[in-house]
Design a binder for this molecule. Sequence first.
Ligand code: NAP
Length: 320
Amino acid sequence: MTTKKALITGLTGQDGSYLAELLLAKGYEVFGLVRRSSTSNLERIHHLSGTVQIVSGDLLDQSSLMDVISECQPDEIYNLASQSYIPLSWTQPSLTAEYTALGVSRLLESIRRCKPDAKFYQASSSEVFGQPDESPQTELTAFRPRNPYGVAKAYAHWMTVNYRQKYNLYACCGITYTHESPRRGTEFVFRKITQAVAQIKLGLANELKLGNLDARRDWFYAQDAVYAMWLMLQQDRPDDYIIASGETHSVKELVECAFEYVGLNWQDYVSIDPAFYRPDEPIQLIGCIDKISSQLGWQPQYSFEKLVKLIVDYDLKKLL
Ligand code: NAP
């Protein structure tokens, strides 16, 4: 049996690092597209050095994508690269569109020209639904994005669907809800909370400022997310799927769970700062996972409580 080859864009990000681990464990030859930076950004994949082949390229540069695909000849391509931070998409909307929207056009066009039989996964986002008119959302729910990141992801989503229909590519989108892990950036609220709880527990901080405690999210574990991505490319036909936990929890529940786990009372440390209110809070973004569970047999393996404890443990250990 020949070894399958996979190319991952966004290798240095949260999902890229977990997906690389999964594919290596399954015996794939793994290539990771990394853009140049003046300082090393390989922290999340340090432990994979020597096992993943790093190739240089950028979603902003069509010829680099064509070169990489021609040279690697991947059987599967996972596009996880994007400008993924919503607040930044308001201050840098054009750059967000270049990475997150047009970058996907460049990649699809490169696949069409250089390796049209490669299977392609596009990281879509629940932010395409923005303020949805139904809850939970399904694969058929209308897109009403409410920030430049969501608009860019909606463009990328429909380009992927269009390339599938027009050129018969095996191209599919995973509409993923918020997923977390010890490798999540601390600018995102989940890690902001778990890191602060660890600092407070160890006497390194005494306050945690948050915005809207009633905001609810459909949170799940990044390792569950990347397994769903891989499953989507193992089918006979390409299709789009919601990838989510199918339940929501409030920021307050997250805070309570994390503080309780380390034996502290959250009300002694948490204060509300209106500066942290997200201006356009999505209401009830919750994914319906009926399609992916019935057709692919996928279910998240980690509960919300287990995930909170896993990440708090990591943040505590990191500070010790
Ligand atoms: P992440 O940690 O922010 O990683 C983003 C990756 O994209 C990084 O490796 C980054 O490289 C790379 N990148 C950015 N611009 C690039 C460019 N011009 N060329 C090449 N690479 C570039 O994101 P993540 O959490 O792993 O998410 C993976 C994907 O899923 C993203 O597309 C995200 O939008 C989407 N998504 C994530 C979530 C979530 O909850 N995590 C939910 C829905 C959808 P550098 O290291 O060089 O910056």
